[in-house]
Unconditional design. Structure first.
Length: 455
């Protein structure tokens, strides 16, 4: 099976590595002619780290950043991530380019081809395959995945609408060095007219977001470091000695989601399918989890054992998650940018009281970190230590196959299943979600439903 992926960002690269590992012929088309080391995304949440752990690269990514166990949302309100039910009870602050580097090395090592300088200009599909046209050539594939960002050429070629609207305009972004860094790893504040957010990359550089209600100009309006300093001082009373700057950018934030993630043989993932506010650091994480969901399903289709409707389940499972992320990140942003002092005080009091309720805290931390997000028929499966041998479940998932935990092993599924002794039967999908739990008597029917006929 041949697959073309448009976009060599984190979403496209994780997907490329998964497919290449499964023996799929993968070509990644990237519009950038060279690598970019300056990007907006910088937060890697717990569920994403679990997905990276299932590929054997979590520790490599963690080594590039700073662990933060408390995620501040606004003013004095923070979420304590230390109680998350995961091996990674923190958010990792690391620039997107670090994640991309690790994922690209994995994809190339597995056999994926990455071609730069190719922007998708059109495509044509029929029952037999897809033809992708770029400004650098034409490519034939069995399936195509558009992971080429908010201005996706694949989505445009499909003629799909991208409904939504701008939620905040004229956001300022800067990567700077600070002479007097803030005491907390993540620092955020809003005073009604100004908002600012500061987080460390761990290498001496800091990411600053700033917004001035009274000065909202087009994205292409000139931006100076002094404007960022001034807004930061309004929000915090200090600019933390903001000095050397390596990147300045002004942008607006939209909330948009495409209605269909699949059109025939073409799929959309990451920002090509959904965009939302930067609040909560959800963007890169949601895209990576799109890729983790789609990859094994495409690989199963290529291997010839995918049950009927498996590819359609990508839409069923991930569209609802995208909608949830839009609501969550949009709600956080709107609360952070409340105009009146009274409204902000009410928000702080109410949120502070609510987060002292254990069920509310679990829901909030689980949603933002991703570990609390389940699919209707496939809840997230926590990592477990397995005996004998001492292996963990997520270490077994690194083979890219389903894992059957249970007292006995079935015959005929060795090409798509790993068995590990356990006190009960649990069938875990390659993306770390539980496909089935039950008894030995129901096992043959369950395996046929989820893994096709035995060989």
């Amino acid at each position: 099976m041949k697959t073309v992926i448009a976009g060599a960002g984190p979403t496209g690269l994780l997907l490329a590595g998964d497919l290449a590992r499964a023996g799929v012929d993968v070509t990644v088309l990237e519009r950038r002619g060279g690598e970019s080391n300056l990007t907006r995304a910088f937060a890697v949440h717990a569920r994403t780290l679990e997905q990276l752990d299932a590929r054997g690269i979590a520790e490599e990514v963690i080594a590039t950043g700073t662990r933060v166990s408390r995620l501040r949302l606004f003013n004095r309100i923070a979420l304590d991530l230390g109680g998350l039910p995961t091996r990674f009870p923190f958010v990792l602050i690391s620039p997107q380019y670090n994640v991309e580097r690790v994922l690209e090395e994995r994809a190339v090592k597995a056999g994926a081809r990455i071609l730069r300088g190719h922007s998708v200009t059109g495509l044509r599909q029929d029952a037999g395959g897809v033809e992708v046209r770029t400004d650098g050539g034409t490519f034939a594939a069995d399936y195509v995945v558009g992971a080429d960002g908010a201005h996706s050429g694949v989505r445009h070629a499909l003629g799909l609408e991208f409904p939504g609207h701008a939620v905040v305009r004229s956001l300022m972004l800067a990567d700077v060095r600070l002479a007097v860094p803030p005491e907390e790893a993540i620092t955020v504040n809003a005073v009604g007219s100004a908002f600012a957010f500061v987080a460390p990359f761990g290498d001496g550089w800091y990411r600053v977001f700033a917004w001035n209600r009274g000065h909202q100009v087009p994205d292409d309006a000139p931006l100076t470091l002094e404007e960022v300093r001034d807004t930061t001082r309004q929000a915090f009373g200090t600019d933390f000695g903001m000095g050397e700057c390596r990147w300045l950018s002004r942008f607006h934030s939209d909330e948009r989601q495409v209605e269909r993630y699949r059109t025939g043989r073409v799929f959309l993932a990451g920002d090509a399918a959904h965009v939302h506010s930067p609040a909560g650091g959800q963007g890169m994480n949601t895209g990576l989890q799109d890729a983790a969901n789609l990859g094994w399903k495409l690989a199963a289709t290529g291997a010839g054992w995918a049950p009927e409707g498996l590819l359609d389940s990508y839409q069923d499972e991930r569209h609802a998650v995208g909608r949830l992320v839009l609501r969550t990140s949009g709600g956080i942003l709107r609360l952070a940018l409340l105009r009146s002092r009274g409204a902000r005080l009410g928000r702080d009091v109410f949120a502070g009281l609510a987060l002292h309720v254990p069920a509310v805290l679990r829901r909030a931390t689980g949603t933002i970190s991703g570990v609390g997000i389940d699919y209707p028929h496939a809840p997230r499966q926590r990592d477990v230590d397995l005996n004998p041998g001492g292996a963990r479940l997520y270490e077994l998932l690194r083979a890219g196959r389903h894992v059957l935990l249970g007292p006995s092993a079935p015959d005929g599924y060795g090409d798509r299943l790993i068995h590990a002794p356990f006190d009960r039967f649990v069938l875990v999908r390659p993306d770390g979600h539980t496909a089935w739990t039950g008894t030995e008597g129901d096992l043959p029917v369950a395996l046929r439903a989820h893994l096709g006929a035995p060989r």
